[in-house]
Design a protein around this ligand. Sequence first.
Ligand code: ZN
Length: 139
Amino acid sequence: MRIDSIQNGIVIDHISAGHGMELYELLGLRNADLPVAMIMNVVSKRMGRKDIIKIDADIPVNLDVIGYVDPKATVNYIKDGELVKKVNIQIPKMLTNVLRCKNPRCITSVEQELDHVFKLTDEKNKVYRCIYCEAKAGK
Ligand code: ZN
């Protein structure tokens, strides 16, 4: 895999510097057994420094996860070496099974089959709360 180009896959660009690793973890790429390149602290004219993740495989990525970590990121879909689609990310209003509620008294820790759903309650400060117990999502 060449770092500067992939044939079929996804490039997540314009990730705020320092957030690439968090995104990598939340997207489950560590255990995905795919060719992934993480490029950190790239100089960007637009944003100073940025991280980039390149996935050399045509897999679905959860855009909500990307929007949660960094709504300023862009997702580029590459096919046969060409950019075929570019998606601007938005901050998701709801997150389902992305974060887990850490409140031991929350119903989700008793009812194991329940979805872990968090709702954006403060867009400016990016605060998510569990819809069951209202506990704040901890990063
Ligand atoms: Zn909860």
